[in-house]
Design a protein around this ligand. Structure first.
Ligand code: HEM
Ligand code: HEM
Length: 193
């Protein structure tokens, strides 16, 4: 279960890959959910679709928030494997910064989504079968400086920042595997020992 100097333990690997799979569902669902919003008012069937997509998007996003709290707690109490000695100091620094910002986004995205729904206040924040989590921020008029649009913009910019950083992250993992040919991807790979 524990991480060692050479590899990630199964708990760290599970956190990494379960969260990655959930993001792979949450992001496309988020885009389709946003697209269905404009039809919602006039079309009853589209409203049902929108509510279901919102329920899936928000519930999964809030589960990611819980998982990342547990993941970070585990990570801070259980150091990861050593960085390969072949990496230059600037590469270690870039990897560290990228990982830190990815962690920050795993908090910022669900929190800004929840805050947007709370500030809007006209529709429930869904969590699984619960229709209406407590508000994270007070309900305010739409045109307030800290209204729906403020948090939705944070959500929006977070998604695009995340897209760029995740692409770099994946390119770096593939570069380790196929160019440098070290153990970085293998030691995070789900079924590798
Ligand atoms: C890791 C978690 C999450 C990710 C990766 C994510 C991603 C996305 C994406 C890709 C979109 C569509 C693009 C856009 O309209 O900006 C979106 C929209 C949205 N998400 Fe999330 N989301 C997450 C969590 C949440 C949570 C927990 C909530 C609410 C409880 C939420 C509420 C919303 C709302 C209200 C929108 C529409 C924003 C708008 O008006 O454009 N999201 N999200
Ligand atoms: C939404 C998707 C993903 C997120 C949010 C994410 C995030 C992270 C974070 C924050 C770390 C640092 C772990 C720590 O130090 O505690 C990490 C490590 C890692 N990730 Fe990802 N990742 C994602 C997808 C991927 C994918 C698709 C790959 C492979 C192609 C990958 C390969 C790796 C590897 C190899 C490591 C270990 C790096 C090392 O040993 O220093 N990740 N990931």
């Amino acid at each position: 279960m524990n991480n060692t100097a050479e590899r990630w333990g199964w708990l760290s690997k599970s956190f990494h890959w379960i969260i990655a799979l959930m993001i792979a569902v949450i992001v496309p669902v988020g885009f389709v959910m946003s697209a269905t919003y404009q039809f919602k008012v006039t079309n009853e069937q589209m409203e049902t679709v929108h509510v279901w997509l919102s329920r899936i998007h928000q519930s999964a996003g809030l589960i990611v928030l819980m998982l990342v709290i547990a993941r970070l707690g585990w990570r801070l109490s259980n150091p990861g494997p050593n960085v390969p000695a072949s990496l230059a100091a600037y590469q270690r620094l870039l990897a560290k910064i990228n990982h830190a910002v990815l962690y920050a986004l795993l908090f910022a995205l669900p929190l800004s989504g929840w805050a947007a729904m709370s500030a809007f206040g006209e529709a429930p924040t869904y969590f699984l079968w619960l229709d209406g989590l407590p508000n994270l921020v007070p309900k305010v008029p739409l045109n307030d400086a800290f209204g729906y649009g403020f948090y939705a913009r944070i959500h929006h910019y977070g998604i695009y920042t995340g897209g760029v950083l995740l692409s770099l992250h994946i390119v770096a993992a593939l570069w380790h595997q196929f160019v440098v040919k070290d153990s970085v991807l293998r030691r995070m790979w789900p079924l590798a020992s």
